[in-house]
Design a binder for this molecule. Structure first.
Ligand code: FE2
Length: 185
């Protein structure tokens, strides 16, 4: 029997490395519109989060599952907690799994009627996300990266526009070291 190396792994620095791994970075300049207000103390090249995505897919293969890690840095934007862009799936029958790898935060979920709620994310938390709900990660600390591993179908697709037109109905702030959720006006 042949025994081979896996295509990717989590490095000693707790980032994903591997031949088929793609890293993409979101800066404050890219993400400015996510937050309620503009923070002039943050430069446009501040890194808000990195996404590592890895796949076995080849042009001819009909492989389905992708996995990756989001590293959401502890950046506050005028006290608003850092967060991912958030999306719905184009195919609502395709679900997704999140696994809390390190740090602390919230998984914000929203149905298409605008009802918004959250699950606590921490090292070891596991989240099964129903494909009909929008989802966004929030780092609720000021000092620790939130690292979440995800596994999803490449056929799920991303619907970012829906969230832009129908934003999550709560925003999360860190005020005097307390997590405060406020209705999104
Ligand atoms: Fe997703």
């Amino acid at each position: 029997m042949k025994i081979v190396q896996p295509n990717a792994r989590i490095s000693d620095d707790e980032f994903i490395i591997g031949l088929s791994t793609i890293k993409s970075t979101k800066t404050y300049g890219d993400a400015k519109s996510f937050y309620q207000t503009v923070d002039n103390n943050l430069s446009n090249d501040t890194i808000m989060y990195d996404v590592y995505r890895t796949t076995n897919e080849t042009p001819s293969a009909k492989q389905d599952l992708m996995w990756g890690m989001t590293v959401l840095y502890p950046v506050l934007v005028n006290n608003e907690c850092n967060m991912t862009r958030g999306h719905f799936h184009q195919d609502q029958d395709r679900s997704e799994v999140y696994y809390g790898f390190d740090g602390e935060g919230l998984l914000l979920l929203m149905d298409k009627d605008g009802n918004t709620w959250a699950e606590q994310v921490f090292k070891g938390s596991i989240h099964l996300i129903d494909g009909q709900y929008g989802h966004r990660l929030i780092n609720t600390t000021s000092d620790k990266p939130l690292k979440v591993i995800a596994c999803w179908s490449k056929h799920a697709g991303y619907d970012y526009e829906y969230v832009e037109q129908n934003p999550f109905s709560y925003r999360v702030f860190l005020e005097k070291e307390k997590i405060v959720a406020k209705p999104n006006k």
